[in-house]
Design a binder for this molecule. Structure first.
Ligand code: KIV
Ligand code: ZN
Length: 391
């Protein structure tokens, strides 16, 4: 059975960069955009051109630089926003305008002080106008996660009628459960009459820690694009993490989905973004966190030393991590100590290992972690040191 292609829409430089303290300058954005293109993303959302002259300029330069991916600029459903986005993208080989409007009752009533019919008209006009700049127009229904499905389907139908090629269904507040979000996508696939003329995109926020699960559920129910960021960086609790959705689809081949991502670049990409944004992923972050391939308990270490996949479902090399790490702590066992001692140049017999292990536990109880250099000290101060080095 042939695999379905899932488009990866990276918004690190737009939704990701909205995080306080993560602002990037133009040079940094260009470095990241070039690496995203090499990583294999299908779309790079380069910025929100009307928001500032600096952002406009960055979108222009990224448009000139990027060779393979579509370059996308965000706009509200406002004529001038769309015009400025169109101008910023004029140099892009594959330009995409991303325009849209809030569709939940809360947005319509309190943000726009408007009504459902007026919002539908504004959606239509925005897409129609964006089409005068580029063929490729993505429409977002902001707060779709809390928008009534029947109304959302009407908005989508009108956006497609106006020429939208992609329909973005954002769970802007990260509220939906995976079953709800999946059902929403399924509903749209079944109820939007002209849905065959566009693809559906998942744009999920992580306020309840469900962004990745929701995006995958969206794909299973018929969406064909995921909007995500490196390290899951983004407003509040963040966006869907690119590295997570890509590796989920790769590690579950029976789901029949493929992406263009060269997963071997994922770790380096994560490091690059964290260096420029000044925020490291938490150590236990899936795929790219410092502990994602580290083992510290005796039972796990023994298993991994015998066979890596006993406790690892991903080969670290597949995401560009050189090797699994065996971290020595007071919870480690003899197998890990013997392994580390061997790497440090000592082949210990069973009796020698018993003696060194006793010293090791005393040391480990006083320290959070036992580093490679400490192993030399532990062995050198053990009673069997002379016997070990004379062997
Ligand atoms: O979260 C959201 O709704 C957005 C839109 C502007 C696409 O980022
Ligand atoms: Zn967002």
């Amino acid at each position: 059975m042939s695999h379905h292609k899932v488009e990866i829409f990276d918004t690190t430089l737009r939704d990701g960069e909205q995080v306080p303290g993560c602002k990037l300058n133009k040079e940094q954005k260009l470095i990241i955009a070039e690496k995203l293109d090499n990583l294999g993303v299908d779309v790079i959302e380069a910025g929100f051109p009307v928001s500032s002259p600096g952002d406009f300029d960055s979108v222009v330069e990224i448009s000139k630089l990027v060779k393979n991916a579509s370059v996308c600029g965000l706009s509200r459903a406002v004529k001038n926003d769309i015009k400025v986005a169109g101008e910023a993208l004029a140099y892009a080989k594959k330009p995409r305008i991303h325009t849209g409007i809030g569709t939940s009752d809360s947005h319509i009533k309190f943000k726009f002080k408007s009504n459902r019919e007026e919002i539908i008209e504004r959606a239509y006009e925005a897409v129609k106008y964006a089409k005068s700049f580029t063929e490729d127009v993505e429409f977002y229904a902001e707060d779709a996660g809390r928008t009534d499905n029947e109304y959302l389907a009407r908005v989508c139908e009108v956006a497609i009628k106006a020429g939208a090629t992609v329909l973005n269904i954002p769970d802007t507040t990260g509220y939906c459960l995976p079953s709800e979000y999946g059902a929403k996508i399924k509903y749209l696939k079944e109820h939007v009459k002209n849905i065959d003329k566009a693809i559906i995109s998942c744009h999920c926020h992580n306020d309840l820690g469900l962004a990745t699960a929701n995006s995958i559920e969206g794909i299973i129910n018929g969406a064909r694009q995921i909007e995500c960021t490196i390290n899951g960086i983004g407003e509040r609790a963040g966006n869907t993490a690119l590295e997570e959705v890509v590796m989920i689809l790769k590690q579950h081949p029976y789901l029949n989905f493929d992406t263009n991502i060269n997963t071997k670049h994922l770790y380096a990409m994560s490091q690059l973004v964290s260096k420029h944004m000044g925020i490291s992923p938490q150590p236990n972050k899936a795929i790219v966190g410092a502990n994602a391939f580290a083992h510290s308990s005796g039972i796990h270490q023994d298993g991994v030393i015998k066979r890596r996949d006993t406790y690892e479902i991903i080969d670290p090399a597949d995401v560009g991590v050189t090797e699994s790490a065996i971290v020595l702590t007071a919870r480690s066992g003899r197998a890990a100590l013997a392994y580390k001692a061997k790497n440090a140049g000592y082949n210990l017999t069973k009796l020698q290992l018993d003696e060194v292990y006793h010293n090791f536990l005393n040391f480990a109880d006083q320290n959070k972690e036992v580093k490679d250099d400490d192993i030399h000290q532990i062995i050198e101060t053990s009673k069997v040191y002379r016997e070990i080095i004379s062997a």
